[in-house]
Design a protein around this ligand. Structure first.
Ligand code: BV8
Length: 234
């Protein structure tokens, strides 16, 4: 039976690939103040500090490999009789490395650079620095193409459209602390979708999901994908 699925992923799906999460013990927000490294104000105050933060993550992410959870979602996209959209809050490219194609990076991507002056986007070099000129207009206004706090996430219309036709909404490896992503479950539920959370520990939004599956993504996601594909083939 045809099934449309929207999946929201967060840092937890990449944890077993060695990439740090934000709010777990010793996570990225324990090492850096959010306002210093993930806001436009922080960037204009100290662009070198922010580039250092993203250069280190870009280097780590480019060496990371997808884990069983990413691979299971790529298999789901291949075999599902229906549409699958992965909306990721992550800025790594592990979904794409696993073979997923319909991936929307609502908080941007480490692999992309943006010119604040002319809006040009290009493939980010491994290291970016404040005095790198924009390859198109030459302005010294280049930044990582990521969405900081106070900035509007990418793809909001496409996400709303996908939620409107979703039969299933799943959130994987996200603490449900950041908006508007944390509201997607309410939107999907209000539109009649089944909702499930797959997380190492119940997120702050767990009570808003029809079902909560606790465990490491590399174990819970392949099992959930097989379950969904069995139902889909029925
Ligand atoms: C916006 C940059 C307006 C890229 C990030 C009240 C209501 C509504 C909005 C707000 C509000 N108060 C403040 C706001 C605005 C703000 C916000 O939400 N603040 C929070 C702190 C309250 N939001 C914004 O500013 C957003 N913009 O609202 O614009 C607007 C909106 C719509 C339309 C018009 C206008 C912009 C938010 C984007 C900020 N950028 N990052 C980067 O550096 O990566 S946020 C950052 O947090 C990352 O993007 C990250 O993806 C995101 C969410 O974190 P998680 O992915 O969930 O990671 P976390 O560590 O928190 O949790 C990991 C989870 O995994 C845990 O639950 C853990 O248990 C689990 N886990 C760990 N290991 C495993 C595992 N699960 C499974 N297996 C494992 N092995």
């Amino acid at each position: 039976m045809r099934t449309n699925i929207v999946i929201l992923t967060g840092a937890g799906i990449s944890a077993e690939s060695g990439l740090g999460t934000f709010r777990d013990e010793g996570g990225l927000w324990a090492q850096h103040a959010i306002e210093d490294v993930a806001t436009p104000e922080g960037f204009s105050r100290n662009p070198t500090l922010v580039h250092n933060f993203y250069n280190a993550r870009r280097k780590q992410a480019s060496a990371a490999q997808p884990n069983a959870a990413h691979l299971a979602l790529a298999k789901l996209e291949q075999e599902l009789n229906g549409d699958l959209m992965i909306v990721t809050q992550n800025v790594d490219a592990l979904h794409e490395k696993a073979g997923s194609r319909n991936v929307l990076h609502m908080h941007g991507a480490l692999e992309r650079a943006l010119c604040n002056e002319c809006g040009h986007r290009w493939e980010a070099p491994t290291e970016m620095w404040p005095d790198d000129p924009c390859p198109r207009c030459g302005a010294l206004a280049t930044r990582p193409d990521v969405v900081w706090f106070g900035e509007i996430p990418y793809g909001m219309k496409a996400i709303s459209d996908a939620l409107a036709s979703a039969d299933v909404f799943a959130a994987i490896g996200t603490s449900g602390e950041v908006y508007p992503a944390a509201n997607f479950v309410a939107e999907a539920d209000g539109l009649g979708a089944h909702t499930v959370e797959l997380n190492l520990a119940p997120s702050s939004g767990a009570a808003r999901f029809g079902k909560v599956v606790i465990g490491a993504a590399s174990e819970t996601v392949p099992a959930w994908v097989n379950h969904e594909l069995t139902r889909n083939r029925a």
